[in-house]
Design a protein around this ligand. Structure first.
Ligand code: PEP
Ligand code: MN
Length: 259
């Protein structure tokens, strides 16, 4: 039997306070590169994105990659660069943590710890995140049922950390026209069964820049609490996910469409 005792929607919505950015109260936009590639890059992007009205900066330091031998992130160095970019721009930072052993390290630099789709059911990681108080951005697993997704969220809540933001990023279905099948249908279901804020990631769902705007508008029309979008200063040269990262100019157009 499924239980949603902790994540359950009780009539009042959870609001997650990320250094004054109230996720769940107002719609938020999180943006930044797939991977943090240099100190100069992340500082440049942080300042540009701040100017464009972004609420938080994203950027991967620890990257889960499908094949070994590909770029796996600058790890500790990238965390330091993110922190510097955050201080200079005033934007809180969201970055992924892949292992329970790194939770303490990542929490000492980041404002929000991201659990990637591939780790949604990494229970030692979820348990370790339940023991801290920093907000967690939990991505839906590639093939996870929504009940399993809430089960994973509940595991963090059960540990005592109430600050969980759910993130949809597309799922794997029979249809492979896009990188993943956008799962907007999940927004009203999650809103019915949980009080947690729900944001949408059009970049990993669509997989190509041309889909980012329509998917973003659909998700916002569907009632999501915000977006997390990949933006790179020179997308063709990105070290990961180059086909789906918007340039700063393209992102600026997206921000205008959203408003
Ligand atoms: C990411 O955010 O860069 C990422 C790897 O996302 P996902 O876990 O959704 O694939
Ligand atoms: Mn990516």
């Amino acid at each position: 039997m499924t239980r949603y005792s902790l994540a359950k929607y009780t009539g009042s919505r959870s609001v997650i306070d990320v250094n004054g950015v109230l996720v769940g109260k107002k719609r938020v936009v999180i943006a930044g590169p797939c991977s943090v590639e240099s100190k100069e890059q992340i500082i440049f992007l942080a300042n540009k994105l701040k100017e464009l009205g972004v609420d938080m900066l994203r950027g991967g330091a620890f990257k889960p990659r499908t094949y070994p031998g590909t770029f796996e992130g600058y790890k500790r160095k990238a965390l330091l660069w993110l922190k510097q970019a955050s201080k200079l721009s005033g934007l809180p930072v969201v970055t992924e943590v892949m292992s329970p052993c790194d939770v303490e390290l990542v929490a000492s630099y980041a404002d929000v710890l991201q659990v990637g789709a591939r780790n949604m059911q990494n229970y030692p990681l979820l348990d370790a995140l339940g023991r801290i108080s920093k907000p967690v951005l939990l991505k839906r697993g590639l093939c996870a049922h929504l009940k399993e997704f809430l089960g994973a969220a509940e595991r963090i809540l059960a540990g005592g950390n109430n600050n969980v933001i759910l993130c949809l990023r597309g799922v794997r279905t029979f249809d492979n026209s896009m990188r993943f099948t956008p799962d907007m249908y999940a927004i009203p279901w999650l809103k019915k069964h949980s009080s947690l804020p729900v944001i949408f990631d059009p970049s990993h769902a669509g997989g190509l820049t041309e889909y980012i705007k329509p998917l973003s508008l659909m998700a916002l029309a569907g009632g999501c609490d915000g977006l997390i979008v990949e933006v790179h200063e020179d997308p063709p040269r990105a070290l990961s996910d180059k086909d789906q990262q918007l340039s700063v100019d393209e992102f600026s157009h997206l921000m205008k469409s959203i408003k």
